[in-house]
Every structure is written in structure tokens, then in C-alpha cells.
Design a protein around this ligand. Structure first.
Ligand code: HPA
Ligand code: ZN
Length: 338
């Protein structure tokens, strides 16, 4: 294995853009379908892999929402999250800030608390067994109304100790951030962190709305912000972290190939870019696979990899003490392995 790959594996990392429902591996999907007596569209793993070929975001979302139909009981959400944490442990991921889609479950009759409690139980075990710290971010589905999002935020009020932030995901084009201005303002008043997917497929104006109307603390994807000098400047000045997802971008046609991915240019322009896996079961790789692929495609240097990994902690919602602890661990590793 090359030296740079060893470095990627060895350094402690944080993952800031991970939809827990998107970590549902085919094997677990089959097992849960059987356990819950639910029929799914596939009969073999092979069929699943054939179905996971996407032209765009909506192609993926249709299959992603169908996949989550096997998640019914708290134990299912626990098993799902635990499987992801085992991957984190294997990949030396020390901190995770995971998304879940409450409306993807409540619209099917699964209670908000069922999903949240199952996820939370696994996260607590991840901390006690592996020392992996975590934050939980509930995303609003942007193809639904703001009223629906407000109802979901209201449901979250009973569980605020378990929730750190809100996000915005699902079908971007036609559902601009401005549609969710009120619900984001309410979430802010409740003390929650704010993030939003913007500029994945949507135009730079959506990133602008996320920054100026929603007042986000962090930007998910943000690729198309690179089309605007003034947005780049704003992201740089505010030091807003971008949670970039290389293999996702490739699989959803956001970039034609990884060699034309804007990650290096983001770093060159002083943006706080991070690497993440988004929906690893659907896009063919967990966090380290994303680092390996983008490092090779863009020929990123050791220094650039270290910057990206440090950014994952700098851009996290950890408090200063924990953030510095991880950053020091990275520096110590580099010192001892120079
Ligand atoms: N974009 C928008 N919505 C999503 C994604 C994504 O990459 N993954 C899961 N929901
Ligand atoms: Zn995402």
C-alpha cells in the first residue's frame, strides 16, 4: 500500500456528511425485509447492484426511499447504525455527525422516536465501545412542504437532548432553501445547528440562499458555489465548512469524472473543504474509499490530505476542547511518523 494510503488509514478522522439510511447495505436490507415481512423489489444482491446505477440525484432518491421501507422497529435503526459504526471503527473514524430523515419514516407510519431512539442507542454504544463521539442532525425533506418540516421540528421538541442540528436534503432543483426560511429560523431559536444541502445539482443562487436566508453553519456539497467568485469569498470569510462527497458526486453525475472534481480547487482557494461518503452503501465506498479515490484522481499531496482530515474536525460541531484533542492527535502522529 502506498504511503499516502497508509496515512489516510492511520489518521483519526471525522465524518460530517453521512445519511444513516444511506449506509443500509444490501445484506442488512434483505435481513430486515425478512424479519419484518416486507417485500422488496430485489431477490439477489446482484439485482441490487444492477439497480444502483444512477443518472442523477432523483434516480438515486427513488431507490433510497424504497430501500428504507425495511426499517420498522427501533432494533432495525439500531442495527443499521451499529453496522455503520463498525465501519467507522475499522476506518479510524473518531467522530461522526450523522443525518437521518425523520419524514422518510413518519410518512410510512414509523414514529419519530422509533428511528431516533434506535440510532441514539447505537451511537451511545459506539462511544462506550469504540470511543467514537457523535452528533445527530435531522434533515427536512425539501420536496415536502415547509409546513411538514415545521410539524417535524415540533415533534423533535420532546427529544432535544438527542438532536444537535437540522439539515435539508432530498430533491434540490425546484426546492430552494428559501422555501424553508421559517423552519430554519425556529430551529436556530431552539439552539440547533443549521446545515443544508446546496449546490449539489442546484444553482449557486441556492448556496446564496442557504448562506443569507437560512444562515447555515455548514454547507453540504456546495460544488456549484465554485461558479461564483463572491460566494467563494463569502464561504472563505465566514470559514463555512463544505462537506464534499466525491464518490457520490461521481455516481450522481454531479461531476463527469473524478479528475474534474473541484475539491483541489476548493482547497487552493482557501475553503474549508472536507471529504465524506454521503450514502456509502449506494455509492460504492465508505470514508477511506472516498479519500483514496479523490487523492488518486487529483494527485493530492500528503499536505493536502492532512488539511482535509484536519478540516473534518475544524468543521465539526465539537467543542473546542474535543476538537483540539483530535487535532493534537493528528499532529502527534505526524511528528512520530515523519
Ligand atoms: N442529496 C440530497 N438528498 C440526499 C442525499 C444527497 O446526496 N443523500 C440522501 N438524501
Ligand atoms: Zn447528502
Amino acid at each position: 500500500m502506498s504511503e499516502i494510503k497508509k496515512l489516510i488509514e492511520a489518521l483519526p478522522k471525522a465524518e460530517l456528511h453521512l445519511h444513516i439510511e444511506g449506509s443500509l447495505e444490501p445484506e442488512l436490507m434483505f435481513a430486515l425485509a425478512k424479519r419484518n415481512g416486507i417485500s422488496i423489489a430485489y431477490s439477489t444482491i446482484e439485482e441490487i447492484h444492477q439497480a444502483y446505477q444512477f443518472e442523477n440525484l432523483q434516480d438515486f432518491l427513488d431507490i433510497y426511499y424504497a430501500g428504507m421501507s425495511v426499517l420498522i422497529n427501533e432494533q432495525d435503526f439500531y442495527d443499521l447504525t451499529w453496522a455503520y459504526l463498525i465501519k467507522c471503527h475499522e476506518q479510524n473514524i473518531k467522530h461522526v455527525e450523522i443525518f437521518f430523515d425523520p419524514q422518510g419514516h413518519t410518512t410510512r407510519g414509523v414514529a419519530f422516536s422509533t428511528a431516533l431512539f434506535g440510532i441514539d442507542k447505537a451511537l451511545k454504544k459506539g462511544f462506550s465501545e469504540f470511543g467514537i463521539s457523535s452528533k445527530t442532525i435531522m434533515c427536512f425533506l425539501r420536496h415536502l412542504s415547509e409546513e411538514d418540516a415545521l410539524i417535524t421540528l415540533n415533534e423533535a421538541k420532546d427529544f432535544l437532548p438527542l438532536i444537535d442540528g437540522v439539515g435539508l436534503d432530498s430533491s434540490e432543483v425546484g426546492n430552494p432553501p428559501s422555501k424553508f426560511k421559517n423552519v430554519f429560523a425556529s430551529a436556530r431559536e431552539m439552539g440547533l445547528k443549521l446545515v443544508a444541502h446546496a449546490g449539489e445539482e442546484g444553482p449557486p443562487s441556492y448556496v446564496e440562499e442557504a448562506l443569507f436566508l437560512l444562515n447555515i453553519d455548514r454547507l453540504d456539497h456546495g460544488n456549484r458555489a465554485m461558479e461564483s467568485e463572491s460566494l467563494i469569498e463569502e464561504l472563505k470569510t465566514r470559514q463555512i465548512a463544505l462537506t464534499v462527497c466525491p464518490l457520490s458526486n461521481l455516481k450522481l453525475g454531479v461531476v463527469a469524472d473524478l479528475k474534474s472534481h473541484p475539491l483541489k480547487s476548493m482547497l487552493d482557494q482557501g475553503l474549508l473543504a472536507t471529504v465524506n461518503s454521503d450514502d456509502p452503501s449506494y455509492f460504492g465506498g465508505y470514508l477511506n474509499d472516498n479519500y483514496f479515490a479523490i487523492q488518486e484522481a487529483l494527485n493530492l499531496t500528503k499536505e493536502q490530505i492532512v488539511t482535509l482530515i484536519k478540516n473534518s474536525f475544524t468543521g465539526s460541531f465539537l467543542g473546542d476542547e474535543q476538537r483540539n484533542k483530535y487535532l493534537n492527535e493528528i499532529d502527534n502522529y505526524l511528528k512520530n511518523n515523519a
